[in-house]
Design a protein around this ligand. Structure first.
Ligand SMILES: Nc1ncnc2c1ncn2[C@@H]1O[C@H](COP(=O)(O)OP(=O)(O)OP(=O)(O)O)[C@@H](O)[C@H]1O
Ligand SMILES: [Mg+2]
Length: 282
């Protein structure tokens, strides 16, 4: 199943000229510099880049947790002024209330939004089924495995039907097999719902397995270095399955992305020996 893109895709979020500086005693840490990015409806955007390059900062700006030091972040035509349920956020650590069971954790957002009880039950059941947690409705978070907690977290986010799903290394703490199961689940949900997704990852194979667009960032202060269109996610979900990873076009793109990332790490190593390199870049 290939997505048919319109000539003029609908923009869901727009970042224009974003700088972000974390204040500190020495005048601030520049985390992002001149970031411009349009995220279109139905896209699955994966962001890759060296550690500390500003990936989480970028996600937090779109989520509305941080306000850019310079530039504008918009959702549709509106400036993002704070977090809201149109943008669902998922982090590496599952966000579940330990004293609530799976069902009540998932229902939480709808209760806050004062949905009628009967509707809450119906929607919650639907998402419990979707993430494969049927039979665990009454379990408390401490009774669940890491993967199950992330499934519950995902349902808790999706239940609000966010326009955009923002995920910051959501599977980073999971073992390889659970991680792949979660990737398959997220892909399946994305294909079913047509949601717009932005996912941050350290793992180039995760990006290649899920993205329709891959964004590679420079080391700190983060800038967008390069973007790649990708379509392996459709092929993995189709008849080729995991065999796609052995195709020359997959390996070529993987190699190209890894080269860019490792050249960034080389720059870091060199700049530690010769601080002039950092200055030259600016
Ligand atoms: N609250 C903070 N206060 C000061 N500096 C911060 C803060 N959060 C992040 N930074 C700095 O901003 C830069 C970007 O951080 P960010 O967490 O966005 O990077 P990242 O790409 O997500 O890293 P990682 O891949 O390790 O998660 C880093 O230099 C980091 O040290
Ligand atoms: Mg991060």
């Amino acid at each position: 199943m290939y997505q048919i893109l319109n000539d003029k895709p609908e923009k869901v979020a727009t970042l224009s000229g974003i700088d972000f500086i974390y204040p500190d005693a020495k005048g601030g840490v520049a985390a992002l510099q001149g970031v411009n990015l349009d995220i279109n409806e139905g896209e699955f955007v994966c962001v890759l880049g060296p550690s500390g390059c500003g990936k989480s900062t970028l996600l937090k700006i779109i989520a509305g947790f941080l306000k850019p030091s310079c530039g504008e972040a918009r959702m549709g035509n509106e400036i993002i002024k704070g977090p809201d349920w149109h943008r669902g956020v998922m982090f590496q650590d599952p966000t579940l209330y330990p004293w609530l069971n799976v069902q009540d954790n998932i229902a939480f957002g709808l209760k806050m939004r004062k949905f009628p009880q009967s509707q809450i039950k119906r929607i919650t059941d639907q998402y419990i089924e979707l993430v494969g947690l049927k039979g665990f409705e009454k379990s408390k978070p401490y009774e669940l495995s890491g993967g199950m907690k992330q499934r519950a977290s995902l349902a808790r986010t999706l239940v609000n039907k966010p326009t955009m799903l923002l995920m910051d290394e959501p599977f980073g703490a999971l073992d390889a097999l659970t991680r792949q199961n979660m990737q398959d689940l997220v892909r399946e949900i994305w294909m079913k719902t047509g949601n717009t997704v932005l996912l941050i990852t350290h793992d180039v194979d995760e990006a290649l397995a899920l993205a329709t667009r891959i964004i590679v960032m420079s080391r700190s202060p983060g800038r967008i270095l390069k973007e790649f269109a990708a379509e392996f996610t459709y092929r993995i979900s189709g008849s080729e399955h995991e065999m796609v990873r052995y195709k020359p076009e997959y390996m070529e793109l993987r190699e190209e992305i890894l080269k860019i990332i490792s050249s960034q790490n080389e720059r870091l190593k060199l700049s530690q020996h010769n601080p002039k390199i950092l200055l030259e870049r600016k």
